[in-house]
Design a protein around this ligand. Sequence first.
Ligand code: GLN
Length: 533
Amino acid sequence: MTKYIFITGGVISSLGKGIAAASIAKILESRSLKVTLMKLDPYINVDPGTMNPYQHGEVYVTEDGAETDLDLGHYERFTKASMTKFNNATTGQVYNTVISHERRGDYLGKTIQVIPHITGEIKNRIKKVAEVSQADIVLIEIGGTVGDIESLPFLEAARQFKLDVGEKNVLYIHLTLVPYIKVADEIKTKPTQHSVQTLRQIGILPDILICRTEKPLSDEVKEKISLFCNVRKEAVIESPDVESIYQIPLVFKEQILDEIILSHFSLISKPSNLQDWQKNVVERLFSPKKTVQVAVVGKYIGLQDAYKSIYEAITHAAINNQVKVEVSKIDSEDIEKHGPEKLLKGMDAILVPGGFGGRGIEGKIKAIGFARKNKVPFLGLCLGMQCAVVDFARGVCGLKDANSTEFKPKTKNPVISLLLEQKEVKDLGGTMRLGAYPCKIKANTLAAKVYKQSLISERHRHRYEFNNKFRKLLESCGMVFSGIYQKKNLVEIIELKNHPYFIAVQFHPEFKSKPDAAHPLFSQLIRAAAEKK
Ligand code: GLN
């Protein structure tokens, strides 16, 4: 019988519910249980694919090409669970399904209501994840904060779930904030009490509280929370601010959160094995032998979440190389204003991430030109590869007006363009090349050295492609096309010779990097940076 854990959030947002969920999944997985996770998002957008990264953070792409919430990235980084389109559901998707059933006449004229129809569809989606994954435990993170109007149907579905699958098979965890008030030098439990009260009004009695806190919780405070919130004292778990998110599974483990969960479910399981995580991730992270400076040149620099997986992949590479990486986030528009020398001098590596739209494009191209000429290790991702092609066509092959038709539709030298078949597409949502595609790697290239494999698979999210009409010319000028999607003869990887590390890819390797298995493209970038130092 599958067990279900619902994770809700209280008091405020941004407490790190996704990371808490992933960390709980990690400690359960370390007990040899098969886990999977799911995110329920209260907004009405049908998927996060068309949402502004400045509002919503990065769009995380799964193997099967779903454009999902960035929390699914945490789930895949912390655990072995692999995410699919089933693991993320939004209010928009749920309503979409119910309304299309209604249009088809499936309800035979009945009145369609939030309860039972919307809540029923939410529960179906949760059960589908259990069925597809065959997991022992499904963890369901409910987005938003308890008390929001928007998340009510999800909470109601979570409440009903107990009736469907039995009391013993469901557990509720509530993540709250226990703030420290500096002027009073006191820790306050009231917001947590109120948040739990709100949950109880909805009919959910939390079994475990995870308290985010700046200061350690004394026994007294824990007792108070336990009494007022009706949760056993040992189930009041403290989650202090930590330097790295990868410490959190260890923090939970220390408070035997895994035992508390297993005993609730009456599950007996193997002892935990988190030593590898401790040794290979946390200890390495905190014992760097060198420091390197990496510039990330993009247009969503102001928001940490917009390039979430990229920053995480850089951290994984730092762990793998046992170096400290200092990331300078550079707005590509600033490079347009001040020139690359001023902002990029002294950098040991330059990374240009993906993106959409023309803003800041020329700055990215200039940054790449700087990396090329000054032999600074460089990694380009998706749009970063497209800009690297433009820079090379202009700077080395003499095609002064080379561009992508995304930015200059009428350019005479469209080195990046749409494929014929895409020119008809009008919808914006879900119409890109999405998800995993195979890529054949050419022997004796940097890509072959990095991957140590001749056939790889990576995740995509883009519309534009390298224009094969320019392949011969660019090759004759020295560009190496080292990775190809053979079925359609599409360029996946480009690189330059006579450069310590210059490689760019049409896909998004950042989605497959893990703290204990850094992606080789990132790992070798940081290695080249450390060697340059
Ligand atoms: N805008 C480019 C395209 O659609 C690159 C997309 C990306 O970087 N993810 O092809």
